[in-house]
Write a protein that binds this ligand. Structure first.
Ligand SMILES: Cc1ncc(C[n+]2csc(CCOP(=O)(O)OP(=O)(O)O)c2C)c(N)n1
Length: 167
């Protein structure tokens, strides 16, 4: 499952075509970033392996979701939080280039929160991902992957993807 807003755009632009036997879902919810993890837990309850890739604000909206962990099989569950410190979809809107600092803060809600304590609360394994090799040898069960993108690398990737008509 892909969260709004950047993950759905970036995967759409970068992974094309989808590998066979991969099914992708999204959730409109009430307004777009609420209840994503809860929906994923229910929707993937019987999957043998399932991933959700979402932003940090979207994850913060649904922190209580893993309480169902002891009611759903958790063979290979991976929650990947792209923690870029706020709603970065808004930082890249053309209108934001004109915005003052106050409006930018209001729109992006910057923060310096980390998610390791959330994993601990619900007994999920935790791994911080800094490079592709960190995705090797993932343990079974429910695993929280926290990706803290480097702002410069992130901007370069976006620049490369912006040329794609799918972005
Ligand atoms: C319930 C709800 N509140 C607010 C919004 C407005 N909104 C859309 S995207 C977004 C930011 C999402 O931030 P994050 O999950 O960190 O993802 P990123 O933008 O960095 O990809 C917000 C607040 C929404 N869609 N739904």
């Amino acid at each position: 499952m892909l969260g709004n807003s950047l993950p759905i755009r970036e995967l759409n632009a970068a992974i094309h075509p989808l590998p066979p036997r991969v099914e992708v879902y999204a959730n409109r919810g009430t307004n777009g970033i609420d209840g994503l993890i809860s929906t994923w837990f229910g929707h993937s309850a019987h999957a043998t392996e399932s991933w959700i890739v979402l932003g940090d604000l979207s994850a913060l909206y649904d922190l209580a979701a893993p309480w169902v962990l002891n009611q759903v099989p958790s063979a290979k569950r991976r929650i990947a939080v792209l923690n870029n410190g706020g709603g970065q979809i808004f930082a890249n809107l053309p209108a934001m280039t004109q915005a003052n600092a106050g409006l930018k803060t209001l729109m992006t809600q910057p923060h310096a929160l980390r998610f390791e304590g959330w994993a601990q609360l619900f007994g999920m394994a935790y791994r911080r991902v800094e490079r592709a090799a960190d995705l090797n040898d993932l343990p079974g069960g429910c695993l929280l992957l926290e990706i803290l993108p480097d702002a410069a690398q992130d901007a370069a990737l976006r620049q490369a993807l912006v040329g794609s008509s799918l972005y």
